[in-house]
Write a protein that binds this ligand. Structure first.
Ligand code: 13P
Length: 336
C-alpha cells in the first residue's frame, strides 16, 4: 500500500467522512450574513474552530478541507488550525483551486482556475500540515450543456492538479460537480454525470495519476431542483451506484459525495440508501459542506458564545452522517 493510499483510507475508512469547511471568504460572508453574523476573520475562525474541536471529530470526521485563510490561522486555544485537526486524529486538507471563472467561447459555463504557480502553493500547504487537497470543477445541465469544451477543459485541469498534488505528497480530491439547478430528470443527470466522470478519469490516466491515491467527490444522481419528476431515495441510490460502477475505475479507493444543496436530512437519507444498496467495492461516504454545517451555523448565530450547544448540534449531524456511511441510519435515530 502506498503512503498516499494509506492517507486516503485514513480520511474515508471506518465510516468516517469529510467536513468541507473550505468556503472562500466571499461564500462564507454570504453564509454568515444570511444568519446576521458579521463576517470578520475572528468570527469565521470562531465558528470553524468550534466545529473542529467537537467530540465527533474523533469518530466521524476523517478529514477537514480548509480554505487558505483558515489553514494559516491559530485557534483561540493557541494551536494552529491544522494541529487542532490532527490532534483529533483527523487529516487537514486544503482547497487549492482559485475558483470557477467564465469559460471563453462558452460564456454560460465555467472553468476552474489555479494551475499557475500551483506546485509552489502545494509545497507551502504541505509545510503547513495539509495532507490532502481539493479542486472543484463545475458543470451546468441544459439541452446543450455541459458542452464538450467544458467537459474536456475541466477534466484536463482536474488531472493536472491531481498529478501535482500527488507529486507534492498529498491525496487529491477530484470534484466534478454537476449542479442540480434545472428541471431535468434524474435520467438526464445520470447521462451527463457519467460523461463528465468518464472524461475526468481518461485525463487522470493520461496524466499518470495514481488512482489508488485519489478520492472522487461527485454529485449524487438527482432530478433537477425544479423538476416535477421526483424519485425515491432508493431510486436515487440505485442510479448513483450504477453511474459510479460504470464510470469509475476499480482502483479508486473511495467516493465522498458533496451535498450540493440537498437538505441535511436528504443528504443523509440518500447516502444511507447508497450504502444499503452498495454493490461496488468503493467506500461510499460524505464530504459535506452545508449538510454538515447549516444546522450548527443557525444555532451558533443566535449566541456565538454558546460553544457547547453548537457542538452538540454538529456532533448529532456528524454522527448521523457516519451512520449513513455504513447504511445504519434511520429516521428514529435521527429524531432520538
Ligand atoms: P456542499 O456539501 O455544501 O455542496 O459543499 C461541498 C463542497 O465542498 C463544494 O465544493
Amino acid at each position: 500500500m502506498s503512503e498516499l493510499n494509506t492517507i486516503a483510507l485514513k480520511i474515508i475508512g471506518n465510516g468516517k467522512g469529510i467536513l468541507a469547511a473550505d468556503e472562500s471568504t466571499a461564500t462564507m460572508t454570504k453564509r454568515l450574513e444570511n444568519v446576521q453574523v458579521e463576517s470578520s476573520p475572528e468570527n469565521r475562525l470562531l465558528f470553524r474552530e468550534t466545529l473542529f474541536s467537537s467530540e465527533s471529530m474523533n469518530d466521524c470526521i476523517g478529514g477537514v478541507i480548509l480554505y487558505d485563510e483558515t489553514i494559516k490561522q491559530s485557534s483561540n486555544s493557541g494551536k494552529k488550525v491544522p494541529e487542532l485537526i490532527s490532534n483529533s486524529s483527523s487529516v487537514p486538507g486544503i482547497k487549492v483551486d482559485t475558483g470557477a471563472k467564465v469559460l471563453a467561447n462558452s460564456k454560460e459555463e465555467k472553468i476552474t482556475e489555479g494551475l499557475d504557480g500551483l506546485r509552489e502553493r502545494l509545497k507551502e500547504y504541505y509545510k503547513l500540515g495539509a495532507r490532502f487537497t481539493k479542486w472543484r470543477g463545475v458543470y451546468i445541465i441544459s439541452d446543450k450543456y455541459p458542452s464538450k469544451l467544458s467537459i474536456k477543459s475541466n477534466a484536463h485541469a482536474l488531472a493536472r492538479y491531481s498529478a501535482l498534488a500527488q507529486e507534492c505528497g498529498m491525496v487529491p480530491i477530484v470534484e466534478p460537480e454537476v449542479l442540480m439547478d434545472g428541471n431535468h430528470s434524474a435520467e438526464v443527470c445520470y447521462n451527463k454525470t457519467s460523461e463528465v466522470i468518464k472524461n475526468c478519469f481518461e485525463e487522470l490516466e493520461l496524466n499518470k495519476v495514481d488512482l489508488k491515491a485519489v478520492i472522487l467527490k461527485p454529485n449524487m444522481i438527482l432530478p433537477g431542483s425544479n423538476s416535477d419528476k421526483k424519485i425515491s431515495n432508493e431510486e436515487i441510490a440505485k442510479l448513483t451506484l450504477k453511474c459510479l460502477k460504470d464510470s469509475v475505475p476499480s482502483e479508486v479507493p473511495g467516493i465522498a459525495f458533496l451535498s450540493g444543496g440537498q437538505t441535511d436530512i436528504e443528504a443523509t437519507d440518500n447516502l444511507n440508501q447508497i450504502n444499503i444498496h452498495n454493490n461496488t467495492n468503493f467506500i461510499m461516504t460524505f464530504s459535506y459542506g452545508r449538510a454538515l454545517q447549516q444546522s450548527a451555523l443557525k444555532f451558533w448565530s443566535k449566541d456565538i458564545k454558546n460553544i457547547k450547544g453548537t457542538q452538540n448540534i454538529f456532533n448529532h449531524r456528524a454522527n448521523m452522517c457516519r451512520l449513513a456511511a455504513q447504511g445504519n441510519w434511520s429516521k428514529e435515530l435521527e429524531n432520538k
